[in-house]
Design a protein. Structure first.
Length: 191
């Protein structure tokens, strides 16, 4: 029962959309009908500036961190803790609070991974800095740096099941961004 409640809590925490609240509070706008209509940090920044981007990113990252820290407090096995992060990402992407129309999950994923293994911060930043000059795209460099996380876990000696779940989470994040990836690839072909 604890596991079920943990997963349910994770989904519900993920469903609390920072972008919706930040833009409502700062700009008195409904982010769902502004810009791309996405409730994540990038659209919050587009609609209402850098402060909205930062606050939304931090709020959504905090959701992932809360889920991981609660799982650790409950002394759950790491594979259940990362599955909880998966439920938080699901809540962020398909929030029950906003009729299942949410964000893309990156901030929640990053916050959760940093809470789970703080070394991933260095990996994400260095991976991004290495990839960006070649890819010339924030999206591609960011997603590419996430692919390095399971590899890093392998070299840290983290158990295979945790590496597998982390790999699945990374693939889910990439899948969620499939339309964004396609658009960027089409733009490159036209150049």
């Amino acid at each position: 029962m604890i596991i079920f409640n943990y997963f349910l809590f994770s989904y519900l925490v993920g469903s609390l959309m920072a972008g919706y609240f930040v833009v409502r509070f700062l700009g008195r706008k409904d982010i769902r009908v502004e810009g791309s209509g996405n409730v994540g940090a990038r659209n919050a920044g587009r609609v209402h500036g850098k402060v909205s981007f930062v606050l939304t990113f931090l709020g959504d990252a905090l959701k992932g961190a809360i889920v991981i820290l609660l799982g650790e407090y409950l002394k759950l096995p790491p594979e259940f803790i990362l599955t909880g992060l998966g439920f938080a990402i699901l809540g962020h992407v398909k929030p029950i609070t906003l009729k299942f129309k949410g964000g893309m999950g990156i901030s929640t994923f990053i916050g959760g991974m940093l809470a789970f293994e703080p070394l991933t911060a260095l990996l994400i930043i260095s991976g991004f800095l290495l990839l960006y000059p070649f890819l010339k795209s924030f999206t591609f460099a960011g997603l590419g740096s996430f692919v390095l996380i399971p590899l890093c876990f392998y070299f840290l000696g983290i158990q295979p099941l945790v590496i597998l779940i982390t790999s699945v989470l990374v693939m889910i994040i990439i899948y969620i961004h499939r339309e964004d990836i396609s658009e960027r690839l089409e733009k490159r072909e036209k150049k």
